[in-house]
Design a protein around this ligand. Structure first.
Ligand SMILES: Cc1cc2nc3c(=O)[nH]c(=O)nc-3n(C[C@H](O)[C@H](O)[C@H](O)COP(=O)(O)OP(=O)(O)OC[C@H]3O[C@@H](n4cnc5c(N)ncnc54)[C@H](O)[C@@H]3O)c2cc1C
Length: 300
């Protein structure tokens, strides 16, 4: 199998790759193999090969919303990092799943297109963004999405936006669904106005979030009635640390890796917060971040 993958023309393969070098929070053990297909045909070839041979795998984009356990993962990771092509055609944008949201946003603004400014400061890809229904600055990816192309259990599929049931940080795509590319529709805008808005969004983010220390974005989804950060503060967890990880003093809903943290440190903090939220406030905190290997959901 590995030989077959290595035989592809544009693929790159890393064996026993330390996933702390892949994820934005910089924790976690090794993946047995990380494959970086060089184009969409190779991507689908790899997905079909693994599917037909009944192997478990995980598809990752930028790794900005993912935690890998310290013991590593005995599944193959397919990275979309080389699948970055984006084609602009007036207000229609066709983007491969590994394209960075920020790069589409910047390119759209240069062309006087508006609608993608929600992505300012979100360090993820199109695939991860759609899977998570990423959003910020008053918008979400669902607002500009027109159509998703993907792969699901050996089938090539196309889903129109209306057929999706997006929720807050959730696409409701089947766990087995892999986004290959997406079509977005943007409106006409003003480059100057959009750039100004983005500048304001980023300034606000830089002053309220720990952007300079390794982290994985918001750890928990906001529960009904209170922002997760405020709840964590009220539970006395702001600045609370285990090992090299802590709830940021700047924004408690961010766990930062301030000193060679392990995934166990991060997961221990998550579990403490969940237990305290439930016992002291009767609130079930749900993680926004995905822990690979924790559930079938992350294993396509
Ligand atoms: C500093 C910082 C700030 C952040 N701010 C925000 C914010 O404001 N708003 C927000 O919504 N998020 C935010 N995030 C979280 C994160 O950037 C988003 O969730 C982003 O959309 C994840 O994209 P990714 O490519 O990094 O996904 P990954 O972490 O690589 O993967 C996340 C999940 O998506 C799945 N996935 C990835 N690619 C595909 C694909 N092609 N097909 C199917 N499933 C796929 C993975 O299997 C995994 O379950 C932030 C993160 C950081 C580190």
């Amino acid at each position: 199998m590995i030989k077959e993958l290595e035989g592809l023309e544009n693929i790159t393969i890393d064996k026993e790759f330390p996933m702390r070098n892949y994820t934005s929070i910089k924790v976690g053990g090794a993946a047995r193999l990380v494959a970086y297909p060089g184009n969409l045909d190779e991507f689908i070839f790899v997905l079909n090969k693994l599917y037909k041979s009944n192997r478990k795998f995980a598809v990752l984009g930028a790794g900005s919303n993912t935690i890998i356990p310290d013991e590593g993962i005995d599944i193959i990771v397919i990275s979309t990092r080389k699948l970055k092509n984006v084609i602009f055609n007036n207000g229609t944008v066709e983007a491969e799943c590994g394209a960075m949201l920020s790069s589409i946003m910047n390119n759209a603004i240069k062309r006087g297109l508006s609608g993608f400014e929600f992505a300012a400061g979100i360090p993820g890809t199109v695939g991860g963004g759609i899977y998570m229904n990423a959003g910020a600055n008053g918008g979400e990816i669902k607002d500009v999405l027109y159509e998703v192309h993907g792969w699901n259990n050996g089938e090539i599929v196309k889903i129109e936006r209306e057929k999706f049931n997006f929720e807050y940080r959730k696409s409701n795509l089947p766990a087995s669904f892999v986004v290959t590319k997406a079509i977005f529709r943007l409106g006409n805008g003003s480059s100057e106005k959009s750039s100004k808005n983005v500048k304001n969004y980023l300034e606000y983010r830089n002053s309220t979030q720990p952007v300079k220390i390794a982290n994985t974005g918001s750890i928990f989804k906001n529960p009904t009635g209170i922002a997760a950060g405020k709840l964590l503060e009220e539970l006395g967890l702001k600045g609370f640390s285990i090992g090299g990880a802590k709830f940021s003093e700047l924004h408690a809903n961010f766990i930062v890796n301030f000193n060679n943290a392990t995934a166990n440190d991060v997961v221990a903090l998550i579990n403490i917060a969940k237990t305290k939220a439930l016992s002291e406030r009767g609130i079930n905190l749900e993680t926004e971040v995905k822990i690979i290997g924790e559930s079938e959901q992350n294993q396509k």
